[in-house]
Design a protein around this ligand. Structure first.
Ligand code: ADP
Ligand code: MG
Length: 264
C-alpha cells in the first residue's frame, strides 16, 4: 500500500521543502521507493534535487491541466527519489484549475496512475492555502505541518487546521493530521520550547519526534542544489533520518513517537 504524505503550512520559510527532500532521501536510503511532488511554482524542491526549473519543458503544471501523462514528466534524482518537478508555469495552474469541475482532485487522479510504483509519495505544498494546497491535501492520506520555532509561529496554524477540516469534510474524509514537526529548533534556548508548547496548547496537535535543529549545512545545501542528506554527517541530517524512521515505523503499525516537552 502506498502512503501519501502532504507537507503543508501556508507560511513560507518553515522548512516544508527541506523536510520533503530530507525525509524523501532518508527513506530512499532505506531502499523505500519514494516519489516527491513539487507543488510550489517557485520550484525549490525541483532545484534542491538537482534540476533547474528554468530548463524543464514539462512539469506538474502540464499534468494538472491534463496536457501530459504523469509518467512522462517524472525525473530521476541523485538522491534516488523520483521527482514530479515544478516550474513557474504552475503559477498559472491556479487560475486554469479554478475554472474546472473537480479541480481539487487533479493531483489525486494523476498520482493514481503511478502510485503503485512507490511505497511513499511526499507532496511539498506551496506557501498558500489555494487550489494547489487543496490538491495536495486531497491527494494525501496524511498531513504533517512543519513549524518554525520562532515567535508568532502559531499564526496561521488555526487557519491551516480549519482548511484540513474542510478538506476532511468535503474532498478527503480519510485525511489524517499526523502532527507538527519542529524545525529550525534551537535546543540551547528555552524559546523554541516555549513556542512549541504554546502551539500545542492552543491547537492540541502532537509534535513529532525528533525536533529538527537549525544547521548551517541546510542553507548551504539548498544554495548549491544538493540535498543535505548527501555527503557528510550533520545533526540536521541525523534528525531527519530519525523522523523518517518514526514515520516509516508508524506506517508499519507502530505508534508515532512524539516529542514530549518538559514541564518547567
Ligand atoms: P519552505 O519550503 O517552508 O518555504 P524551506 O525548506 O525552503 O522552507 O526552508 C527555508 C530556508 O530555511 C531555506 O534556505 C533552507 O535551506 C533553510 N533551512 C531549512 N531547514 C533548516 C535547518 N534545519 N537549519 C538551517 N536552515 C534551514
Ligand atoms: Mg518550499
Amino acid at each position: 500500500m502506498t502512503r501519501t504524505l502532504a507537507i503543508a503550512n501556508q507560511k513560507g520559510g518553515v522548512a516544508k521543502t527541506t523536510t520533503t527532500a530530507s525525509v524523501g532521501a532518508a527513506l530512499a536510503d532505506k531502499d523505500v521507493s519514494v516519489l516527491v511532488v513539487d507543488l510550489d511554482p517557485q520550484g525549490s524542491l525541483t532545484f534542491s534535487l538537482g534540476h533547474d526549473p528554468d530548463q524543464l519543458t514539462k512539469s506538474v503544471h502540464d499534468v494538472l491541466i491534463g496536457a501530459e501523462d504523469i509518467a512522462d514528466v517524472l525525473l530521476d534524482t541523485e538522491d534516488n527519489v523520483t521527482l514530479l518537478p515544478a516550474t513557474i508555469d504552475l503559477a498559472g495552474a491556479e487560475a486554469l484549475l479554478l475554472m474546472r469541475p473537480g479541480r481539487e482532485y487533479a493531483l489525486k487522479r494523476a498520482l493514481a496512475e503511478v502510485s503503485q510504483d512507490y511505497d511513499v509519495v511526499i507532496i511539498d505544498c506551496p506557501p498558500s492555502l489555494g487550489v494547489l494546497t487543496l490538491n495536495g491535501l486531497t491527494a494525501a492520506d496524511q498531513v504533517v505541518v512543519p513549524l518554525q520555532c520562532e515567535t508568532l509561529a502559531h499564526r496561521g496554524v488555526g487557519q491551516l487546521l480549519r482548511t484540513v477540516t474542510e478538506v476532511q469534510q468535503i474532498t478527503n474524509p480519510d485525511l489524517e493530521m499526523v502532527g507538527a514537526v519542529a524545525t529550525l529548533f534551537d535546543a540551547r534556548t528555552t524559546h523554541s520550547r516555549d513556542v512549541l508548547s504554546d502551539v500545542t496548547d492552543r491547537y492540541s496537535i502532537p509534535v513529532l519526534a525528533p525536533p529538527i535543529p537549525r544547521t548551517v549545512r541546510f542553507a548551504e545545501a539548498s544554495a548549491s542544489g544538493a540535498s543535505v542528506m548527501r555527503g557528510r554527517k550533520n545533526k540536521g541530517a541525523t534528525a531527519y533520518r530519525e523522523l523518517a524512521d518514526n514515520l516509516w515505523e508508524s506506517w508499519n503499525g507502530a505508534a508515532i513517537k512524539t516529542y514530549e516537552l518538559e514541564v518547567v
